[in-house]
Design a protein around this ligand. Structure first.
Ligand code: RFL
Ligand code: PHB
Length: 390
């Protein structure tokens, strides 16, 4: 088999890249290790920046997102038992974010790919990448007991943090990493969100909490927990009790509870691999970087990588220019590090750390007070939250 761009991974990065390339007339094949249902079963991000919404439109898959996504103009911070709205739209000259689950976005992209008959190989096992330092890269994989070979011009490594792409160039990568001493316990439930118009980020003595949503009838809530906690130790009742104790009393009273549809613990990590290009192999999304989820930047960063990478491929094929490909790694990393800084900062501000001590706690309290009462500080939060320009 031969294609122009071999894409490894059918997560949001790989699917979005495939769709944008297809619309520009560039042939691509996606190789995915799991089944489509498995990919759709992973409950992850929920908040889209305008940049991501625009890209979904550009990919021709924005209709349902516009119909069903919930546009947010504000976020709320809860600390010391009180709620503080931040008027994100007012502070950024009209920008918004949209609540729309990663599952739905992935669904829309998969449906479009299928409708247009584009090649996606699910359950592609033992994917291996070859000859990307030369001009004729090859990807090999196993499926149904047979070994297959895909010849291509370029390889896009969109295969997430545990994928094969970054692992293949392990000895050429510089890694920057910070692991946080806690995780997020997340619950998905078919109950109306307690705060449908704004995500609520809470910092309480008992730890961080987050009230989010997937629709007006489906909510996503999180609480900070020890990273080695077991999901089995958290009955639904224990989760709801804990969440109520971490928000202000008025909000606590209004939380509608119900059986969990999904419950999982995610570790928190900041990670960047540099560079993001190795000859004809390009990394994009979680394959190259991870942010802690506070601030919802992970999926949005994957989308901005894809914007840069798809433009670079289009420049290569349509204008015979290598400029975009040559600048891809620097351009992407420039935006990545700003999102890393923001996600680390918001994580540090909103969580309780085991080694903070009384002095550190007073500083955190003071910073929160400053943030909600200073227009300059709130504006800095708002402009990062809606997403920095491409
Ligand atoms: P993905 O979504 O991980 O997709 C990568 C795909 O590659 C496949 N794959 C392979 N395919 C072929 N061969 C191999 N050897 C392969 N190895 C892996 C995988 O099966 C998968 O389908 O990466 P992508 O596309 O870069 O998208 C990034 C986003 O998914 C990610 O940034 C966010 O979901 C991060 N994230 C969150 N972001 C938020 O903004 N808010 C959240 O609440 C949030 N929660 C999360 C998260 C990430 C998590 N991970 C990675 C464990 C919760 C979790 C648990
Ligand atoms: C989510 O809805 O899953 C979500 C929302 C905001 C975040 C992180 C996750 O900062």
């Amino acid at each position: 088999m031969r294609t122009q761009v071999a894409i490894i991974g059918a997560g949001p990065a790989g699917l979005l890249l495939g769709q944008l390339l297809h619309r520009a007339g560039i042939d691509n094949v996606i190789l995915e290790r799991q089944t489509g249902d498995y990919v759709l079963g992973r409950i992850r991000a929920g908040i889209l920046e305008q940049v991501t919404v625009d890209l979904m439109d550009e990919a021709g898959v924005g209709d349902r997102l516009h119909r069903e996504g919930i546009v947010h103009h504000a976020i709320e911070l809860v600390f010391q038992g009180e709620r503080h709205p931040i008027d994100v739209t007012g502070l950024t000259g009209g920008k918004v974010v949209t609540a729309y689950g990663q599952t739905e976005l992935t669904h829309d992209l998969m449906d479009a790919r299928k409708a247009e008959g584009l090649a996606t190989v699910y359950e592609a096992r033992d994917v291996s990448l070859h000859d990307f330092d030369g001009s004729k890269p090859v990807v090999r994989y196993r499926r149904g007991g047979e070994t297959h070979e895909l010849q291509c011009d370029f390889i896009a490594g969109c295969d997430g943090f545990h994928g094969v792409s970054r692992a293949t160039v392990r000895d050429r990568v510089t890694e920057y990493e910070k692991v946080y001493p806690f995780g997020w316990l997340g619950v998905l439930a078919d109950v109306p969100p307690v705060s449908p118009h704004a995500i609520v980020y809470g910092n309480s003595e008992r730890g961080f909490s987050l009230c989010s949503m997937r629709s007006l009838t489906r909510s996503r809530y999180y609480v900070q927990c020890p990273v080695d906690d077991k999901v089995e130790a958290w009955s639904d009742a224990r989760f709801w009790d804990e969440l109520r104790l971490r928000v202000d009393p008025h909000l606590a009273e209004r939380i509608v509870t119900g059986p969990s549809l999904e419950k999982s613990i995610a570790p928190l990590r900041s990670f960047v691999a540099e560079p993001m290009r190795f000859g004809r192999l390009f990394l994009a999304g979680d394959a190259a970087h991870i942010v802690p989820p506070t601030g919802a930047k992970g999926l949005n960063l994957a989308a901005s990588d894809v914007k840069y990478l798809s433009s670079a491929f289009i420049e290569h094929y349509k204008e015979r220019s290598a400029a975009g490909l040559d600048h891809y790694s620097d351009r992407a990393l420039h935006r990545v590090w700003k999102a890393e800084r923001f996600s680390w900062w918001l994580t540090s501000l909103m969580h309780r750390f085991p080694d903070t001590g009384p002095f550190g706690q007073r500083l955190q309290d003071a910073e929160l007070e400053y943030l909600v009462h200073s227009k300059a500080a709130s504006t800095a939060l708002a402009e990062n939250y809606v997403g920095l320009p491409l």
